[in-house]
Design a protein. Structure first.
Length: 248
């Protein structure tokens, strides 16, 4: 009876035990609601930063895939035309200038080689990028080889669109000279006319290519500057949130 009564009347029982540190809940004057809000904001900001990084990686993947597709289509088309022109051209019994025949042969060979190289790069890299792009998972972008193969993708795209098209324009002029020079009468005038027409087209093509390249570089520079500013803002926000979390 005494033991039971002692247990009931003992002031230090578990039912009436006071906290060891009554002021722990009010440390630094921070309420639990504010603590949860700060932590939630910190995690939300980290998630937004990670989402932006994934979005940038996916954009690069889609851009690389588009460049490879454009390179493969353009290279297959122009290299086929060059091969047909090389095979179907019929040399007349005419005393051609040696420089003309050499220029035609070299231009055709380089044209086909450049486009076949771009086609080979597109054929080797594009299936790996397509396989990753069809997976509906944000983290799967890291499995794509587009970042490691970035230089080859840019090289194939430049060969196919810039150098390849310029060589194709040169090929057209040389074919006109080879076909029209043996023709009597107005053959020489026809070759000169084709050259006069194609030279301004080539100049416009080169000017547009340079202007497009400068505009693209300027756009990338502006985008990188904006991304650096955004990263700087995110860094300051993360530093502030981390300091608040440590304080809490």
């Amino acid at each position: 009876m005494q033991a039971g009564g002692g247990a009931e009347g003992e002031p230090g029982g578990e039912g009436e035990r006071e906290p060891l540190n009554p002021e722990a809940a009010d440390t630094l004057g921070v309420s639990p609601t504010y603590r949860e809000f700060v932590r939630h904001s910190y995690l939300e900001l980290m998630g937004a930063n990670q989402h932006s990084l994934h979005a940038l990686n996916w954009r690069r993947l889609y851009l690389s895939r588009a460049k490879l597709k454009a390179s493969s289509r353009t290279s297959a088309l122009l290299s086929g035309f060059a091969m047909v022109a090389m095979v179907e051209v019929q040399l007349e019994d005419y005393d051609y200038p040696p420089g003309l025949l050499m220029a035609f042969s070299v231009c055709t060979t380089v044209l086909v080689a450049v486009h076949l190289f771009a086609l080979m790069v597109s054929t080797c890299i594009l299936p790996n990028i397509e396989a990753v792009s069809n997976i509906h998972n944000l983290n799967s972008v890291n499995e794509s080889p587009h970042e490691r193969m970035h230089r080859y993708i840019e090289l194939a795209w430049g060969f196919s669109t810039a150098l390849g098209i310029f060589l194709f324009l040169t090929e057209v002029v040389l074919i006109c000279w080879v076909k029209f020079m043996p023709v009597g009468g107005g053959g020489w005038d026809a070759a000169v006319a084709s050259t006069v027409i194609m030279v301004p087209v080539g100049v416009v093509f080169v000017v547009f290519a340079l202007h497009f390249y400068r505009s693209l570089v300027s756009h990338k520079t502006d985008r990188h500057q904006q991304e650096l500013e955004e990263l700087s803002k995110i860094k300051y926000q993360l530093d502030g949130e981390a300091t608040a979390v440590q304080t809490v």
